[in-house]
Design a protein around this ligand. Structure first.
Ligand code: ATP
Ligand SMILES: Nc1ccn([C@H]2C[C@H](O)[C@@H](COP(=O)(O)O)O2)c(=O)n1
Length: 232
């Protein structure tokens, strides 16, 4: 039996994890797991039901009982909670501003990490592999993955990308408006996960000077090197 192709990608906000992981999964014909979407879905669910995000036990209970459905098809990622499509709602600035309170809740993390391992196994069974991305996939969720990558980019590049995505511009005002969402979140999230430096055995891919296509190719090259085949 062929070993499933598990690819774990971590990195800071705006490094390009989601865009690159989705494209890589599509090109390799395997499933895709956006673990950040799961932290966002818990956040949305708590805000919707008036759960105080500072009440760690109540938030952990919400994570345990979350009626989550998540598409793992890289060509159509979608998330619904309790039958409501929240694919767009989990990307609002309200959720983006609040999500670190959930991601740094140490009772929530093991709940979602267990769910992520379970989903990764199921996706691999169905498609022969999985590309999972987040902040702790290479170190905690799937430290035995065949390919482990830390995707990074300079602070300037990450702010420029996120600002272009959110405001359609990377001028000084737009970058300033984006700064808090990107950098504060990374500061908070890095208190519970190691995604600023590559852990032992994790390959660092710096995309600061790469185009999106260049970043995808760079990751496919690492996959080909690690699997001894020309997966690209
Ligand atoms: N060279 C590049 N590599 C990857 N993404 C790039 C590149 N250049 C621009 N982008 C763009 O950067 C934006 C941010 O990418 P993406 O959402 O994939 O980042 P992320 O690391 O998943 O961020 P977050 O963790 O905050 O969700 C996207 O609009 C993407 O198209
Ligand atoms: N494995 C993960 C994935 C995500 N997070 C945190 C980091 C962010 O604050 C939030 C949303 O992630 P994004 O969609 O921006 O990638 O969830 C984490 O702690 N661990």
């Amino acid at each position: 039996m062929t070993e499933p192709l598990t690819i774990a990608i971590d990195g800071p906000s705006g490094s390009g994890k989601s865009s690159v992981a989705r494209a890589v999964a599509q090109r390799l014909g395997v499933g895709y797991l956006d673990t950040g979407a799961m932290y966002r879905a818990v956040t949305w669910w708590c805000l919707e039901r008036g759960v105080d995000l500072a009440d760690t036990a109540a938030v952990a209970e919400a994570a345990r009982s979350l009626p989550l459905e998540q598409s793992t098809d890289p060509s159509s990622p979608a998330v619904s909670v309790g039958g409501t499509d929240v694919t767009e709602a989990i990307r609002t600035s309200e959720v983006s501003t609040a999500v670190s309170a959930v991601a740094t809740n140490r009772e929530v993390r093991p709940v979602l990490q267990a769910l992520q391992r379970d989903l990764m196994a199921r996706i691999s069974d169905a498609t022969g592999g999985v590309v999972a991305e987040g902040r702790d996939i290479t170190t905690v969720v799937a430290p035995d993955a065949r390919v482990r990558i830390l995707l990074t980019a300079s602070e300037e590049a990450r702010l420029r990308r996120r600002s272009t995505e959110l405001h359609g511009s990377a001028d000084a005002a737009a970058v300033e408006a984006t700064r808090d969402q990107v950098l504060r979140r990374d500061r908070q999230d890095s208190t519970v996960s190691q995604f600023e430096d590559a852990a032992e055995g994790v390959v660092l891919v710096d995309t600061s000077d790469l185009t999106l296509e260049g970043s995808i190719e760079a990751v496919l090259d690492v996959v080909a090197g690690a699997t001894g085949s020309d997966e690209s």
